[in-house]
Design a protein around this ligand. Structure first.
Ligand code: CDP
Length: 223
């Protein structure tokens, strides 16, 4: 039986940083589902496909061969990891991610990956939909300001110059769309463990999650 770890939470809560470390530590595969929705938004924007044109969006998604290589997203043999982090993609991704048909296709790919490998998956609907039977579910959150500060530093450190207020507004807007959409809205699974990371270091959060995983693996007698 494969082990699946689900990490959900609002925008810029630190999910990908934490999920990446956990995956390396336990030698699980890291699947950043947000990257998949970002790739959909990027390709649609490049091809001038509006999110309201559901048929065209779906045709495009069906033509996408998506996989991860060295934690970078590859679509139709093209590395899109850098481009999907742009502010323009961040501003538009939630509209594409709210489309039911898009979610059905991506969730299917994600579930097939978790059937094949031990995975750490992060996103918005992992504990509630994609890995709803996993006993290892975490909901990572922090205040909007703490999250905006972290994302601001991350982008500027990577040479993407942004204004703090734009980042804060994007985060608030995205959280609103993600939490209020009809299809698989962002919400904590009933059996998820909630971690507010506002006053915690990365190491603190990694330790909390690792301890739960170790306990579970010891019960299964796999460590
Ligand atoms: O890294 P950040 O928190 O900014 O966002 P992300 O994880 O890259 O996700 C980008 C967007 O994709 C989110 O704002 C959601 O609209 C969407 N998403 C989703 O709907 N379901 C997921 N499982 C993951 C992401």
């Amino acid at each position: 039986m494969n082990i699946s770890v689900a990490i959900d939470g609002p925008a810029a809560a630190g999910k990908s940083t934490i999920a990446n470390i956990i995956a390396k530590k336990f030698k699980f595969m890291y699947i950043n589902t947000g990257s998949m929705y970002r790739a959909v938004a990027l390709l649609c924007m490049k091809n001038e496909v509006d999110y309201k044109d559901i048929n065209q969006v779906c045709d495009l998604v069906k033509s996408m061969d998506i996989y991860f290589k060295n934690d970078r997203i590859i679509v139709n043999e093209q590395d899109l990891e850098d481009e999907i982090r742009s502010v323009a993609v961040s501003n538009n991704v939630s509209n594409y991610a709210a489309i039911k048909e898009v979610r059905t296709i991506l969730v299917d790919i994600q579930q097939k990956m978790s059937a094949k490998y031990n995975v750490v998956m992060d996103g918005r609907d992992i504990g509630t939909v994609v890995l709803k039977n996993s006993p290892l579910k975490f909901f990572l959150t922090a205040s909007a300001e703490a999250r905006a500060r972290r994302r601001y530093l991350e982008l500027n450190n990577n040479g993407i110059l942004v204004e703090y207020n734009n980042i804060l507004n994007d985060i608030i807007k995205r959280d609103y769309i993600d939490s209020n959409r009809k299809e698989s809205p962002l919400k904590m699974a009933q059996d998820a463990i909630k971690i507010d990371s506002s006053g915690l270091s990365i190491d603190d959060v990694v330790k909390i999650i690792s301890d739960h995983i170790k306990r579970y693996m010891a019960e299964l007698k796999v460590i």
